[in-house]
Design a protein around this ligand. Sequence first.
Ligand SMILES: Nc1nc2c(ncn2[C@@H]2O[C@H](COP(=O)(O)OP(=O)(O)OP(=O)(O)O)[C@@H](O)[C@H]2O)c(=O)[nH]1
Ligand SMILES: [Mg+2]
Length: 285
Amino acid sequence: MVNIQWYPGHMEKARREMSEKMKVVDMVIECRDARIPLASKNPLIDQLVGQKPRLILLTKTDLADPMKTKEWISYFNQENQKAITVNLKKGQGFQKEIIVACLELNRKRRDKQRSRGIEPRAIRAMVCGIPNVGKSTLINRISGKNRLEAANRPGITRSLTWLHADRELDLLDTPGVLWPKFEDQKVASLLAVLGSINEDILDPKFIAMDAIRSIQEGYPHFFTQAYAIQEDMNPNQVLKAIAEKRGFKLEGDVLDTKRAAQSFIYDLRKAKFGGISLESVHEGM
Ligand SMILES: Nc1nc2c(ncn2[C@@H]2O[C@H](COP(=O)(O)OP(=O)(O)OP(=O)(O)O)[C@@H](O)[C@H]2O)c(=O)[nH]1
Ligand SMILES: [Mg+2]
């Protein structure tokens, strides 16, 4: 059993800076991965946000299961909180929806200002979320400029940066932040398998097996369809069967299950076998 923890110094520093900046922001845009909307919820963010309005963005919907994403959206849409899905790969079609949602969440406060004869300034929103969820990409897309560095690795953004994204909206990019201790290691391995934890500290077999278990719960026929392997195998047997199918062998004809795990994780992240979500709404009830 491997214990995954990843809370490097730069995250603690970012958390402190974000807490400081909360005083000057009007709202928070919390990015979560549509494939793991519960595991990608950072508990630190609740403390940080307090009573300020919050917009939840489910990112990477192009890689998720559309039916499950729909269920998650109605689950998250609550008073003083709104949820929207975005496919940032597509680049268009969501900017306006996000701006309108931000305006709506700040409407009462801004109307009050107007009634006192004050013209409200642009809304200041802090964009936060776990590493690699798409925060910088989102801000680049809304502002229409590629000013922020974004890449498919966790821990790219290291400082807080304001960008005037729209006439009505200023966005603050923040570094991806996790939390000091994963109480539930299943959460840690879901974050790991989708690329939000530093790869150097991970055992691919361990995280692949956890993901296989989650997929088997939500999609009983997945492995038969994707790899043409027998149903009702345990995760270790699934890895062996993938190694066998793919011809991944070590010296002496031993099956290379580590390579099978790496190949499975790679395909899963790219949604090679179609969009799938690793968590379902009933888990959040
Ligand atoms: N397929 C897909 N890829 C996305 C989407 N959003 C972001 N990405 C990709 O996810 C990777 C991470 O994006 P970033 O914008 O760097 O993520 P971040 O949250 O700023 O990451 P950190 O700065 O490390 O915390 C990039 O390769 C993006 O192209 C999406 O909606 N769909
Ligand atoms: Mg970033």
